[in-house]
Design a protein around this ligand. Structure first.
Ligand code: GTP
Ligand code: SPV
Ligand code: MN
Length: 603
């Protein structure tokens, strides 16, 4: 299968030979990235029972895939950052010694592809050939990974051409399920016993064993574009972030670009594709990306961002015509659905797709399901994989290799209390503080005291080095930039005493976006508050929404005692970094606490 005219990179050819000798596949297939190859591989997956072709009229050129019930999401406890010095991985990462990890993985990869095809997938995160891009080669024994990579990144011949004899990131992946002669394969091979997702930060290589799902297996995504790239970014003076990028077009025709970080499953995809409600005629959101942003200072001290991915790997449950009409249009065809339910007429379904569930389904595990079953029909982390070309809200600038200029950063978690709808940090450094201490509630608990998981910059599972150094890196941007973006915190998830959301969210979030855009242009007003600048009721555009002052006051309430408790609770996070933490973050916390003093009840 290897075409010698395209395989001109000696280091790549040598690596392929080494991996072939180690993993002992039956055959090797170098992916050319063509549409014909995609169709052939999908057919192979249908024959293997991994893919079910959906009804051609209802969901053209689309497939349903059911994973093993033990392989349904990212595995943070099996994710390792290997650095020679443990301190360089930091307290938020699982560390392992690179040499011992290499020994352990060589043992597991030995013969791991027996009975299978080894796919070689050259891929580029960012436009092939652009200075801002990174080229990787993923070797995998999963055809599901190969077809998914076709949707999520540039792959194949154009990438090999751009690579030439240059350097590439080695990404080795095996589902860890070798077949002996005569063995029957299962629809979703994986390894029940051993799973590893490893970033070797000493030589920049990546290895993943035992899982075929999402970020564990599509190694261009979280592994390369975040863990590997974040370290490279720190060394070279740029940022690799778990952020969406969107353009906000005003009725004047001017587009302002913002990047936003929310933890996993907290609404990046919905926000990136927001369709404004009636009453907001002339305002438009244009999508650049929904998960990853690479952001660099340019020659004049402005930040420019690209989305290194070409597709979406989005959460299915909760997606519908109301919450995300643009995504619904995108996934109307040419989509791979994983762990969704199957309807009797050959289409997919998930919780929240329709108000009333269909009377009978086959659930994500392949079992008959009715609304009385007492269990979800789709897995809560069921996802769809689709190319960005299908999404109607895409901005043509998404393909611009030089990226877009970022005017503001937005950070937000799922917080039922304490945090208002929106505030603007007083300056870059306080903004970095609010991002570093970002938290999100594990469950959408109605109680006021719901436990908060700290997720600094929404990067907890993805920062490829010591997070204290990452904070220092972010602080340092203040001096490197001429145009320093404003930083905002948002919270769509505040609840009232009864546990109901105080804010309608989704398309109405454009009201907050409008205020943010106005702030970046110095045309929007606000009021000074303990945490920064907040909009007053009259600073928000209420066109087309009946939202009274009283509810707004509850939504925006800054309770000094609650805020003090919040700031005090940051101590454990900050202390965990020891000497490595930039001391300035303690100073900022002190200043914010002092700012509350006058307002705190005396006792
Ligand atoms: P990853 O792909 O895991 O990184 O996550 P993501 O940030 O793209 O998450 P996604 O957009 O899939 O998150 C969807 C979840 O956020 C669903 O539970 C939605 O109901 C919820 N959500 C999104 N926007 C809003 C909003 O404005 N208000 C409320 N209440 N919920 C929202
Ligand atoms: C996330 O968990 O933040 C995701 C999904 O975007 S995965 O690619 O599986 O990591
Ligand atoms: Mn993500």
């Amino acid at each position: 299968m290897q075409d010698p005219t395209t395989m001109t990179n000696p280091a790549l050819n040598q690596w392929i030979d080494e991996v072939r000798a180690l993993c002992e596949p039956d055959q090797v297939h170098v992916c050319d990235g063509s549409e014909a190859e995609y169709q052939r591989l999908c057919k192979t997956l249908v024959t293997a029972g991994t893919f079910i072709r959906l009804d051609e009229a209802k969901r053209p050129n689309s497939f349903l895939c059911r994973s093993d019930p033990g392989d349904v999401a990212r595995l943070e406890h099996r994710t390792f950052v290997c650095t020679s010095n443990r301190e360089d991985a930091g307290p938020t990462n699982n560390w392992a010694d690179p040499a011992s990890m290499r020994v352990e993985l060589s043992r597991l990869f030995k013969g791991s592809m027996r009975g299978r095809t080894m796919y070689v997938i050259p891929f580029s995160m960012g436009q092939p050939g652009s200075d801002l891009s990174m080229i990787g080669v993923q070797i995998t024994d999963s055809a599901y990974v190969a077809v998914s990579m076709k949707l999520m990144a540039h792959i194949g011949l154009p990438v090999l051409r751009a690579l030439g004899t240059g350097e590439f990131v080695r990404c080795l992946h095996s589902v860890g399920a070798p077949l002996a002669p005569g063995d029957r394969d299962v629809p979703w091979p994986c390894n029940a016993e051993h799973k590893y997702i490893v970033s070797f930060q000493d030589d920049g290589s990546i290895a993943s064993f035992g899982s075929g799902y999402g970020g564990n297996a599509l190694l261009g995504k979280k592994c390369l574009a975040l863990r590997t790239a974040s370290l490279k970014g720190r060394q070279e003076g740029w940022l690799a972030e778990h952020m969406l990028i969107m353009g906000v077009e005003a009725p004047t025709g001017k587009t302002t670009y913002v990047a936003a970080a929310f933890p996993s499953a907290c609404g990046k995809t919905n926000f990136a594709m927001l369709l404004p409600p009636e009453g907001f005629a002339g305002w438009k959101v244009k999508t650049i990306g929904d998960d990853i942003a690479w952001i660099r200072p340019d020659a004049v001290g402005t930040l420019r961002a690209i989305n290194p991915e070409t597709g979406f790997f989005g959460v299915a449950p909760g997606t519908n015509e109301k919450t995300n009409p643009n995504m619904m249009a995108a996934i109307a065809r040419d989509t791979i659905f994983t762990n969704c339910a199957l309807t009797p007429d050959g289409d997919v379904w998930w919780e929240g797709l329709t108000d009333v569930p269909p009377p009978a389904l086959v659930d994500w595990r392949g079992l008959d399901w009715t609304p009385q079953a007492g269990r979800p029909a789709a897995h809560p982390n069921a996802r769809f994989t689709v190319s960005r070309d299908r999404c109607p809200s895409m901005d043509p600038s998404a393909a611009d290799p030089t990226g877009v200029q970022i005017s503001a950063f937005i950070f937000g978690g799922r917080l039922s209390h304490t945090f208002p709808l929106v505030f603007e940090a007083r300056d870059w450094r306080e903004g970095v503080y609010w991002a570093a201490t970002l938290g999100s509630e594990a469950t959408a608990a109605a109680e006021n005291q719901a436990a908060t998981r700290r997720d600094p910059f929404a990067m907890l599972p993805f920062c490829g080095y010591n997070m204290a150094d990452y904070f220092t890196h972010w602080l340092s941007m203040d001096d490197r930039l001429v145009n320093v973006p404003a930083i905002f915190r948002v919270n769509w998830f505040r609840r009232d005493e009864g546990g109901a959301f105080l804010w309608p969210g989704f398309r109405h979030n454009v009201r907050v976006l409008k205020w943010i855009v106005q702030r970046t242009e110095n045309t929007g007003d606000g009021e000074a508050a303990s945490v920064g600048l907040v909009p007053g009721y009259d600073d928000i555009d209420w066109n087309g929404l009946d939202y009274d002052r009283q509810t707004f006051d509850a939504l925006m309430k800054l309770d000094p005692a609650e805020l003090e408790r919040e700031l005090q609770s940051h101590d454990a996070l900050l202390q965990s970094f020891g000497q490595r933490l930039p001391p300035e973050l303690f100073a900022i916390r002190r200043a914010l606490l002092d700012g509350l003093d006058g307002a705190l009840p005396q006792n």
